[in-house]
Write a protein that binds this ligand. Structure first.
Ligand SMILES: [Zn+2]
Length: 76
């Protein structure tokens, strides 16, 4: 038995906030540290199209809406 291997999961840096993220099955949002960071990263390109309408960066309400939408999408 090699217990050392299983007790030391791979560690990566969140692409969004650079926090340390353990690459484990429980972390559904890897390589991001959280759903919020994952959606913020997705929001980066969504923001591009929003800018055409002259809007500034997305606010908290937009993020909450994205999270709700993502949660529905992940039910399948
Ligand atoms: Zn993060």
């Amino acid at each position: 038995m090699n217990q050392e291997q299983s007790s030391r999961p791979l560690e990566v840096a969140c692409p969004q906030c650079h926090a340390k993220v353990l690459w484990i099955e429980e972390n559904l949002y890897r390589p991001f540290c959280s759903k919020r960071c994952k959606l913020l990263d997705l929001g980066a390109w969504a923001d591009e199209s929003h800018r055409i309408a002259g809007e500034s960066a997305m606010d908290e309400t937009d993020i909450d809406e994205m999270i709700l939408r993502a949660e529905r999408g992940q039910q399948e």
